[in-house]
Design a protein around this ligand. Structure first.
Ligand SMILES: [Fe+2]
Length: 250
């Protein structure tokens, strides 16, 4: 069984709660679909916690830190957070050796992985780090047909921070609609595993997915977001709203 996480966003409290949960479930592989960093207060610790994962894909936030030119498309408070995050990997300070490793780790993250009819990306098959697949895109058949055209069978994504399942009959189902389990069918299917560190589905709990080849199970894990919020408030370059939103999961 594999655990698939995404969008940790430098939230160590959420990440540790999820990793503790994963440890209790007989998981063989852990995969991250990108955005380990960005927005939150603990980028170094979150990268380090993912060091032993089987696969970590590049997210738009790693891309922005690595190649500043790619930071276009970020709103002003996200841009300030990207710059603050990049400074945490300063190569001129005491933490040089550890930070060199972190730059290597990010620099070697692939943009996608495919095998056995399964595609893994951060955003979408068309633009792996940047395009969003929204829940409302089932009403945009041109977009969905283009995206399904690039999928053999299954595609796991993150990026919107909203978990759920799209099938090629143009339906979207949330984890609630599915009782938290989606059984794999022959249909082409896109699965968003949700966000560990900044959920936006009006549920403040950290979210990730378990996949055993036959079914996807969405898991929600409560964590101490007040600690994360206090850390965000204490860092001037992280807008207070980045903390406030964790309380409501929006
Ligand atoms: Fe993200």
């Amino acid at each position: 069984m594999q655990a698939i996480v995404s969008d940790v966003h430098s939230n160590m409290e959420a990440f540790q709660a999820v990793l503790n949960d994963i440890r209790q479930r007989g998981v063989s592989d852990v995969i991250c679909l990108g955005d380990l960093i960005g927005y939150g207060p603990d980028p170094r610790a979150c990268l380090d916690l993912a060091g032993g994962f089987n696969l970590c894909l590049l997210g738009n936030h790693e891309e922005a830190v690595l190649f500043e030119a790619q930071a276009q498309g970020f709103n002003p408070r996200a841009t300030v957070a990207v710059k603050w995050t990049a400074r945490q990997f300063n190569m001129l300070g005491d933490d040089r050796a550890a930070n060199a490793k972190r730059w290597d780790f990010m620099g070697n993250m692939p943009r996608y992985y495919s095998g056995n009819g399964i595609l893994l990306v951060h955003g979408s098959p068309s633009d792996p780090t940047r395009e969003y697949v929204y829940t409302t895109d089932v009403r945009n058949p041109n977009k969905m047909e283009r995206i399904f055209g690039q999928i053999e069978h299954l595609c796991f994504v993150g990026h919107t921070h909203v978990p759920g399942v799209w099938t090629d009959d143009m339906t979207f189902r949330s984890p609630d609609d599915l009782d938290y389990v989606y059984r794999i069918s022959p249909r082409k299917t896109i699965i968003n595993v949700g966000s560990v560190g900044q959920p936006r589905d009006n549920d403040p709990r950290a979210c990730y997915a378990l996949f055993d080849g036959a079914a996807v199970r969405f898991i929600k894990v409560a964590y101490d977001f007040e600690t994360t919020i206090r850390k965000i408030y204490a860092i001037q370059d992280l807008d207070r709203s980045l903390g406030d939103r964790l309380r409501e999961g929006r």
